[in-house]
Every structure is written in C-alpha cells, then in structure tokens.
Design a protein around this ligand. Structure first.
Ligand code: CMC
Length: 428
C-alpha cells in the first residue's frame, strides 16, 4: 500500500486514492480501483494526465528540457556514446562493459540479413510507394518468417526477436530506399559498424566500392541515438497496446511504425523540411509565423511544439550542432539552415510561441542534416523508425515482464443513441 493517500469525494462517497512515487518526477494518483469503488471512469483524451504503465527506461522533465535514458542525460549519450551502446543500455538497463558491448555488437551483426524471400515481397509494392508504407508492410511480414522467436512468454525468444528487429531494420530501410530509386538491393557488410553498414546499403552500389565518411557515420549514429526512445509517446504506446494482447512482436512493431508515420509524430521531420523549402528565404518567415498563429489556418510550424517539452527539446540542441558538423564534413552549406535558424529566432521572440511554450523539437533541424547526407524527405521518418525500434522493443519487453500489465483497454464517455428497436429497411 502506498504511504500517501489522496481523497476523492464523489456522489457523497469519499474514497482513498493511493499516491505513487517514482524515482523522480511528479507523483501519480493510482486510480485503478476508481471504477470499482465509485462506478465512474476518468476522461482524458490524448492521455494528457494519464500514466499508462510503470517504466524504468526513459525519464523526461518537459519543463526543464531534460531527457534521461536509464538515468543518463541524452546530451552525454549523444556526445560520448554510440547507438549500439545506447541500444544495449535501453535493452539491458546498464551500460555494457567492453566485452558485453563487443558481444552485443557481434550478435546484432549476425542478424542483419533478411530472409531472401522478403526481397520478393518488396517487389509487390508500387515503384512510388512511400518508404513508411513499405516499412509497415515488410516489418509486419517478418512475423511470417521468424516463427522461432514469437513465443512471447519465453524471455530468450523475446531477446532474439528484439535483436532481429534492431539488426534488420537498417537492411529493411535501406532496401525501401533502393526499391524507390530502382537500384539493386545491397546485402549487409558486417565488417562495417551498424551505422556505416546502413549508409553503405543505402548509398552504395554493387558496381563500385563504397567508402563510409567517418563524420557522416558519426552524425548518423548520433541521430539514431537521439531517436532511440522517448518514453510513452504515441508510437511506443501503440506498440505497448498492441503487445498487451500478446500479439506477435514483429506485428507490434509494424503497428508502431504505422503510428509514427503521422505528421504530428515522426512524420514531422519530413513535414518540417518541406515547410522550410516552402518558406524558402528568411524574408518570408513573418508571413508563415502569422499563418501558424491564425486559428482559421490549419498551418502549424512543423518541428515546433511538443506534448511534453515546454522548454527547448534537448535533442534539438544536439541536432542543431550536428548540422554544422555535417556541413563542414561534406563541404556543403544549405541556405535552408539559415532560414531555420532565423525562423527559430523569430518564433522564440513572438508572444504566441512564448505563451504556449512552443520550442523547436527534434524534428526541426534533422531534415536539414538528413538532406545534406543525401536522403530524400520520404526517407526521414523511415530513419526515425529504424532508430526508435530499439526503444519500442525495450518498452515491449518491459511491459511483458511486468506482472502488473494486463491487456490495454480504455473506457469511453458514450454520447451515441440510447437503446432503441431495430426497424426493418422497408419501414424506415
Ligand atoms: N505551430 C503553431 N501552433 C502550435 C504548434 C505549432 N507547431 N504546436 C502547438 N500549437 C498551439 C496549438 O494550436 C494550441 O493552441 P490553442 O491552445 O490556442 O488551441 C497549443 O499550441 C497547444 O497545442 P496542442 O496541439 O493542443 O498540443 P499537443 O500537446 O496536443 O500537441 C504537437 C503537440 C507536437 C502535436 C504539436 O505541438 C504539433 O502539432 N507540432 C507540430 C508537429 C511536430 O513538430 N511534431 C513533432 C513532435 S516531436 C517528435 C515526436 O516525438 O514525434
């Protein structure tokens, strides 16, 4: 029983509501018994005040702009760690020793190939299919191929399914890209790093050797770290909800990819760059800021605002710095970066954005970098999905191991007709 209790009075009845405390962050009112005790549900569309689970993976303090994975600040991980190390951390709870990291990296590299039949599956998609449509389909299709890792009650099988997903995602994303440009698929090269291998499978061709540019590899790896997990966001909650019924792990991740695709979530990186291209030069910015503020105009500043961050998204800070590193390494200078910087500056001086606490989020600068590296905008969200897969599987594993978790089943405030008798069609 929780030490602290809140009391709730409803319909002349007073009940105790246990108050739960996490290791850090706001206290949480435990309303699990509310319906049984009062006959009433809570109403919280969008879950603005609702915690759906206990988790030890990721902590966000949106007011202070803090993001921690297993306690480690995202800035430190992005600067000093690698995506493989962060993946191990998310999946296992602690940073690996050197041997553990080598073992994990080796294991992941042994799972990078796809079943050969899956390449036929790709060819069923229209040539102009969006990579996210392909990703949803192909990742869902993995459930038809890897039957030996789908008994979710067996921790070992869950581990293998998790490793397979993390390992195969770069291959799947790169193949989606290759298919869209009409180039042959490239098999993984396990002598390269996780990220280097992905860059080669994406931009290499069988006709000539591909050289990974270290600065690009580092930047890409950092982008993967920045997207690895983000607490109970829409796609992660989708994966957890799908998984709560005991569904196939590959199908659950396909559900997460589908949710991520939306422009309010992972699709914002594509939308943000398209918006910057539409704005073009800094002199047009005031017009677009006015549009974003106009309630009668559906236009929003993409890459701005966040459900949880009411301060600068710490991932955006790292992302902005990475833009310059990539530009220097590739000797490019996209004028859209200047437009983005100026847009941020002007928006952050504007009362509308100040009052609503709207700051740049992770997607605001990522498009400029990804475009400089050579990715078309349609691949941006696919890259997000690739990186977020480790977070999804870590959260999915945590959920399945948690004895308190039951099938997710929200209730509703019903506003439809009350009971009425059926009228045969000829009498209506
Ligand atoms: N431009 C203009 N106004 C905005 C924006 C924006 N980008 N974001 C929020 N607002 C306004 C909104 O109109 C509302 O105003 P009012 O209170 O007058 O009705 C207020 O700010 C609160 O917005 P909300 O939509 O109720 O807030 P939310 O927490 O439900 O939405 C959000 C968060 C991320 C969906 C929203 O900020 C948004 O649509 N941003 C643009 C899309 C985007 O960049 N998404 C990426 C999120 S980060 C990556 C990820 O985790 O997927």
């Amino acid at each position: 029983m929780a030490d602290k209790q809140a009391t709730l009075t409803y319909n002349d009845k007073t009940i105790d509501v246990p108050v739960l405390e996490g290791s850090v962050g706001p206290e949480v009112l435990d309303i699990r018994k509310l319906y049984g005790q009062t006959g009433a549900f809570t109403y919280d569309p969008g879950y603005k005040s609702t915690g759906s689970c206990e988790s030890a993976l990721t902590y966000i303090d949106g007011d202070e702009g803090v993001l921690l994975h297993r306690g480690y600040p995202i800035g430190q991980l992005a600067e000093q760690s690698s995506f493989m190390e962060v993946s191990y951390l998310l999946l296992n709870g602690e940073l690996p020793s050197k041997d553990e990291l080598d073992d994990f990296t080796y294991t992941i590299s042994r799972h990078t190939m796809l079943h050969e039949q899956l390449s036929t599956f790709y060819r069923g998609f229209r040539r102009d299919a969006h990579p996210m449509a392909i990703m949803c389909g192909v990742v869902g299709a993995l459930s038809a191929f890897y039957h030996d890792s789908t008994d979710i009650s067996d921790p070992e099988q869950r581990k293998i399914a998790s490793h397979r997903l993390v390992a195969k995602m770069p291959t799947i994303a790169a193949m989606a890209y290759k298919y869209s440009v009409g180039q042959p698929f490239l098999y993984p090269d396990n002598s390269l790093s996780y990220t280097g291998n992905f860059l080669r499978m994406t931009f290499g061709v069988p006709a000539e050797p591909y050289e990974v540019v270290p600065a690009v590899e580092k930047a890409m790896d950092r982008i993967f770290i920045l997207h690895a997990d983000h607490e109970q966001n829409a796609s992660t909650s989708t994966v957890r909800l799908a998984g709560s019924s005991g569904a196939n792990p590959f199908a659950c991740i396909a559900a997460g990819i589908a949710c991520l695709w939306g422009p309010a979530h992972g699709g914002a990186n594509e939308a943000a760059l398209n918006m910057l291209r539409e704005i073009g030069t800094p002199d047009k910015i005031p017009h677009y800021i006015e549009r974003a503020k106009d309630k009668n105009d559906p236009f929003r500043l993409m890459g701005f605002g966040h459900r949880v961050y009411k301060n600068y998204d710490p991932r955006a800070t790292v992302m902005q710095k990475t833009v310059r590193e990539v530009f220097d390494a590739l000797k490019v200078n996209d004028p859209l970066f200047e437009t983005a910087l100026r847009l941020e500056e002007l928006a952050l001086q504007d009362d509308y954005f100040i009052e609503k606490k709207l700051f740049p989020n992770v997607d605001f600068y990522s498009g400029v970098i990804l475009s400089a590296i050579g990715f078309p905008t349609t691949m941006f969200t696919a890259l997000f999905a690739l990186a977020r897969t480790v977070g999804w599987v870590a959260q999915w594993n945590e959920m399945i191991s948690d004895p308190a978790q039951v099938i997710g089943r929200p209730r509703q405030l019903y506003t439809g007709p009350t009971q009425r008798d059926y009228v045969p069609v000829g009498q209506r």
